[in-house]
Design a protein around this ligand. Structure first.
Ligand code: ZN
Length: 286
């Protein structure tokens, strides 16, 4: 009874919880990286912030509202079905919570690896990697097509698992905060970064994934927990060129300026550029 009342309370306030946490994460990271930046940013910050924000708030947020479906809603809708894998009362609730959090995070890890491994998916995901710099605003930069695919497959998984809705809310809130935090250009003392990496992905760890070196882009795929990268041998501790000298973005898109919003939207449909022998090698995938 106590659990049901508590669960109902938290689920009822899901929208404001997510919105409040997202806003707090934006403000804290933006202020933090202004006063304690990890790296000097090469591209004009104002232009990048504006373009990344337009893509998120003019295209992706209305799309999300239009769909009006979210993970917690789906979890609630399927919680009493007979076919779910994680709604059987014989399994203790704490174990179903734990399994939900681990399974949903490992699913996001696998999903991210697929975006890099399958050429058609990479076309959409490269928009996220097109940012020539790396700060909290990079967390806004996703093509609407990626949003649709990511959310669609994630909701389908939740419909199959029928996990406890409160556990889904828990991982959703963690993802909201983590997505902003791992992209932040914040200077975290090395000793603290090392301790955090035992159970959480840090900005220094995720920045390596945004390197313009193809080999480094295929590392550190995780969203919340760093364990999957370590387990599947995709973990890299430091970039080859060092955190200060490593280059961010895509070699295919030369120049330090960020793309315009229209170019970002059109990027998945552009023909891959030809490469001069002296520039970056063609991307070979799979
Ligand atoms: Zn990626």
């Amino acid at each position: 009874m106590w659990f049901q009342t508590t669960e109902a309370y938290w689920l009822q306030h899901e929208g404001s919880l997510k919105g409040g946490l997202l806003l707090a994460a934006f403000v804290i990271c933006a202020v933090w990286e202004t006063f304690r930046p990890r790296r000097f940013l090469a591209a004009p910050t104002g232009r990048r912030w504006l373009h990344n924000a337009i893509l998120a708030f003019a295209f992706n947020s209305p799309l999300a509202l239009l769909l009006r479906l979210n993970a917690v809603m789906v979890a609630l809708a399927v919680s009493n079905t007979r076919h779910g894998l994680l709604n059987h009362q014989v399994v203790p609730l704490w174990l179903r919570f734990l399994l939900t959090i681990l399974l949903l995070d490992i699913f996001k890890y696998a999903q991210h690896r697929l975006y890099h491994a399958v050429p058609a998916l990479w076309r959409i995901h490269q928009v996220h990697h097109s940012d020539p710099d790396f700060d909290w605003s990079t967390s806004l930069l996703f093509h609407p097509g990626e949003l649709l695919l990511t959310e669609g497959s994630y909701l389908a998984l939740i419909a199959v698992l029928a996990p406890p809705p409160l556990a889904v809310l828990g991982i959703e809130l963690a993802v909201v905060v983590q997505n902003t935090f791992v992209h932040a250009n914040v200077d975290i003392p090395r000793w603290l970064d090392a301790r955090l990496r035992a159970f959480l992905i840090t900005p220094d760890m995720h920045r390596i994934h945004h390197s313009d070196a193809f080999a480094e882009q295929n590392t550190n795929f995780g969203t919340v927990f760093p364990w999957w990268d370590r387990f599947f041998a995709t973990y890299v501790h430091d970039p080859a060129a060092g955190h200060q000298k490593m280059r961010i973005g895509l070699r295919e898109l030369s120049g330090a300026r960020s793309l315009s919003v229209l170019s970002m939207l059109a990027l998945p449909f552009r023909r891959p550029p030809r490469f001069a022998a002296s520039s970056a090698p063609p991307r070979e995938r799979g």
